[in-house]
Design a protein around this ligand. Structure first.
Ligand code: FRU
Length: 498
């Protein structure tokens, strides 16, 4: 029945797509592996989130998009808006490639004081800052919108930053720096981040660089983001620099590291030693993530691309490829291991909950395939050395999200996830360090039909992993190789956004 329903919907969707080429779809989508509460493009290829900016009650999400294929190709900026970060309205493509190149990743700002002079009506102009890539020759360019970000015009004198002779020179992320009264751009340049500043978004001056000798250099540096956060519970603040790297992340392929330190208006300095490596998410499937500009209430809201360049182009989905992570609020916390960047699911995610269900060690949780579960284990009373939460189906496929006491690592075990032949890099166990030394250990997970996100110890250790079972994982149980003692459990079936 479900199969027939799916086939019918695929046929319906294919008809809609072929009738309205390049226009966004709004169809109900129940295809195999189609995320039910994560953002995914209506059709075809998607990678990085781009141009995330909040204006006039709308969260804009642009994304790397190739509308003619389910593989990467000439990049466009796809576009969607949301009022609540969960339900998305798909809009027409915002930026098309042209003679200067493909439209690579970048950001967008609200130019509240019309510093670039693009304003033509009563709305504040929105300005997008992006990379043009012409067969590997990369420059930075801008475009503007005077209708609340809905349609875009490229600036006539692009590019605004020419290529200085660097092969990898991309992914500008811009914000207004109040103290120095400048726009600041972080730009990934091969193995480091360069900082530029501008008064008008058109004329840019290079002011500093960071990272040749810091952090992980297993791959090229991409998609930086720089923002300031309070250290929770203190009067201190720190600057955080996100840097995506591909390949070279701890579990293979793509990943996003972060540095904590200071920004003086010109450059960033890290407060960790050069060899320190920290990742915002240790799972294999959270890449190129950045934060929303102009987010309300001073929030720092992050979204990542839920895939990995090792296999993104071959995952077994038919009409589209990839999804984004859940939106996550970022904060800094003092832990027993020092200050750490913490990710927690944004509060808007709670609207997906339906009634609260029970889960115990003896009683598995049977659900529709969409679930949120939070379990607190008491390490003082737990004899098991290896324990966690298992997702499984009637085909003996499973995913284990657990903790190994001896190594003090969290893990996601994806050795038996269902479909896996598409890439040898897909299967296996991925690990994340535990930073907390509390005897209360929390596993908080969100299960969609093709992904799980783990926020362990309140989001100090995070992992994201996608999967493609041959039948949805509608069952979930707590396991251990000995006795486990639970302090509390919370379980919800979640609603689909379609
Ligand atoms: C990251 C990335 C960016 C680039 C874009 C191209 O995934 O490689 O550096 O701008 O994708 O699609």
């Amino acid at each position: 029945m479900r199969l027939l329903q799916n086939l019918f919907l695929i046929a319906l969707l294919t008809t809609v797509i072929s009738c309205s080429k390049k226009e966004p779809e709004t169809a109900t989508i129940i295809e195999p592996h189609r995320p039910q509460f994560h953002f995914s493009p209506p059709a075809k290829w998607m990678n990085d989130p781009n141009g995330m900016v909040y204006y006039n009650g709308e969260y804009h999400l642009f994304y790397q998009h190739y509308p003619d294929s389910t593989m990467w190709g000439p990049m466009h900026w796809g576009h969607a808006v949301s009022k609540d970060l969960i339900h998305w309205e798909h809009l027409p493509i915002a930026l098309y490639p042209d003679s200067l190149g493909y439209i690579f990743s970048g950001s967008a700002v609200v130019d509240a004081n019309n510093t670039a002079g693009f304003q033509s009506g009563n709305e504040k102009p929105l300005v997008a800052i992006f990379t043009y890539d012409k067969q590997g020759y990369e420059t930075q360019a801008i475009a503007f919108s005077n209708d609340k970000g809905h349609t875009w015009t490229k600036y006539e004198n692009n590019p605004v930053i020419k290529n200085p002779g660097e092969k990898d020179f991309r992914d500008p992320k811009v914000f207004w720096h109040v103290e120095s009264e400048h726009w600041i751009m972080s730009l990934a340049v091969a193995n480091r981040i360069q900082f530029f500043r501008s008064k008008n978004l058109k004329d840019w001056e290079l002011t500093g660089e960071f990272g040749r000798e810091h952090g992980n250099h297993g791959g090229v540096w991409e998609c930086p983001d720089l923002f300031q956060l309070p250290v929770t519970g203190t009067t201190e603040t720190r600057w955080v620099l996100l840097v995506s790297i591909n390949p070279g992340s701890p579990n293979g392929g793509s990943g996003t590291q972060y540095f904590i330190g200071n920004f003086d208006g010109k450059t960033f300095t890290s407060e960790h030693g050069p060899s320190t490596e920290r990742f915002i998410d240790y799972g294999r499937d959270n890449y190129a993530g950045v934060t929303w500009g102009n987010a309300p209430d001073g929030r720092t809201i992050f979204l990542g691309w839920m895939s990995n360049w090792n296999y993104a182009q071959v995952v077994p989905t038919e009409t589209w490829r990839s999804a984004m992570t859940l939106p996550r609020d970022l904060s800094l916390h003092n832990t027993s291991a020092g200050i750490r960047l913490v990710s927690t699911p944004s509060k808007e995610v709670e609207q997906l909950r339906t009634e609260r269900k029970d889960i115990t060690v003896d009683q598995p949780f049977i659900h529709t395939g969409l679930a949120e579960v939070k379990v607190e284990f008491d390490l003082n009373e737990t004899a098991a050395k290896d324990f966690g939460i298992e997702l499984f189906n009637s085909k003996n496929e499973n995913i284990r999200i657990g903790y190994d006491r001896e190594s003090n690592w969290f893990y996601i075990d994806r050795t038996n996830p269902g479909k896996k032949e598409f890439s040898t890099d897909f299967v296996g166990i991925q690990y994340a360090p535990r930073f907390s030394d509390s005897h209360i250990l929390t596993l908080h997970i969100f299960v969609d039909v093709a992904s799980v996100e783990l926020f362990a110890d309140g989001g100090v250790s995070c992992m994201t992993a996608i999967f493609f079972p041959t039948e949805d994982f509608t069952q979930l149980k707590i396991y251990g190789d000995g006795e486990v003692k639970l302090l509390s459990t919370e379980a919800y079936e979640l609603k689909s956004i379609w």
